[in-house]
Design a protein around this ligand. Structure first.
Ligand SMILES: Nc1ncnc2c1ncn2[C@@H]1O[C@H](COP(=O)(O)OP(=O)(O)O)[C@@H](O)[C@H]1O
Ligand SMILES: [Mg+2]
Length: 263
């Protein structure tokens, strides 16, 4: 367990999390090596069911790698449970939605055909296709080939394909990058509705302001969590005006703590 300059603790000491049994995501001592180098250095984390957690940190800090672990496509050391099971096991595979940074959809199909395909894979769990299209604001484009869509529209098809499967845990890797402010607001409203309906969401971003939409934020840097807190608490404790400034403040304090510990 790691203390940071804010006195906050990542994971277990948080009164809002219940430990392995009640957590949608439970992680202890997670380490990952890629290309011969350790890039996640012993992470602890619990995510409460029905919550939105922002995973915030600069490019290269390990956000995607952590998400890959949770969805079962990345080797790791340590203890990890998602929806009570080991990542990637058949018991959880269909219950987790993962939207990667690069949209994973069929460009030669229409939006609706993509959704039909992913709904068929989900079987009995599948939600209504028209509803998923409406949720991401693609009703008017539903019957056009995805190859004719803009980047933002393609990203929304990708998200709708995850939504139509009715996931209990939704892992979204920078879903709002390149979207206009209106679409972004709409998506955050959708994420909140999903959480209110009981889904657990982990959403990465390198834009600190997105923290305001999250119940809690994990600040990450160089493969470590620096803080696990709320946006308003972060501003209050650091005395910063913006979340960017607050993040820099946390980074500086963490640096001082590391130096202090080294002496
Ligand atoms: N296949 C790989 N082999 C070696 N290093 C990798 C590989 N993929 C990612 N990395 C490194 O791991 C670190 C974390 O990457 P990533 O999880 O993609 O960060 P983020 O999503 O926060 O931008 C980066 O330093 C990146 O260069
Ligand atoms: Mg990434």
């Amino acid at each position: 367990m790691m203390k940071n300059g804010l006195g906050a603790v990542a994971g277990p000491a948080d009164p809002a999390v219940a430990g392995a049994v009640g957590s949608a995501v439970h992680v202890r001592g997670l380490r990952v090596r890629r290309g011969g180098t350790e890039i996640l250095h012993g992470l602890d984390l619990d995510l409460r069911p029905g919550s939105i957690t922002g995973l915030l940190g600069p490019s290269g800090c390990g956000k995607t790698t952590l998400m890959r672990v949770l969805v079962g496509v990345q080797r790791y050391d340590g203890e990890v449970r998602v929806l009570g099971e080991r990542p990637g096991t058949p018991a959880v595979r269909g219950r987790i939605g993962y939207v990667t940074q690069a949209a994973a959809v069929y460009k030669d199909l229409t939006a609706r055909q993509n959704l039909r395909y992913f709904a068929a894979l989900a079987g009995a769990r599948a939600r209504d296709i028209d509803e998923a299209l409406d949720t991401v604001g693609l009703t008017g484009l539903a019957d056009r080939r995805v190859s004719t869509f803009s980047g933002g529209e393609t990203g929304r098809v990708s998200l709708a394909c995850a939504l139509v499967a009715g996931p209990e845990l939704l892992v979204l890797d920078e879903p709002t990058v390149g979207l206009d402010p209106l679409t972004r607001e709409g998506l955050w409203a959708t994420f909140r509705e999903l959480a209110d309906a009981g889904a657990t969401l982990l959403i990465s971003s390198h834009v600190m302001d997105e923290a305001f939409h999250c119940d809690r934020v994990l600040l990450m840097r160089s493969g470590r969590f620096l803080a696990y807190t709320t946006a308003s608490e972060l501003l209050e404790r650091t005395g910063a005006d913006t979340l960017d400034a607050a993040f820099l403040d946390v980074v500086r304090r963490a640096g001082r703590t590391e130096q202090g510990e080294g002496q």
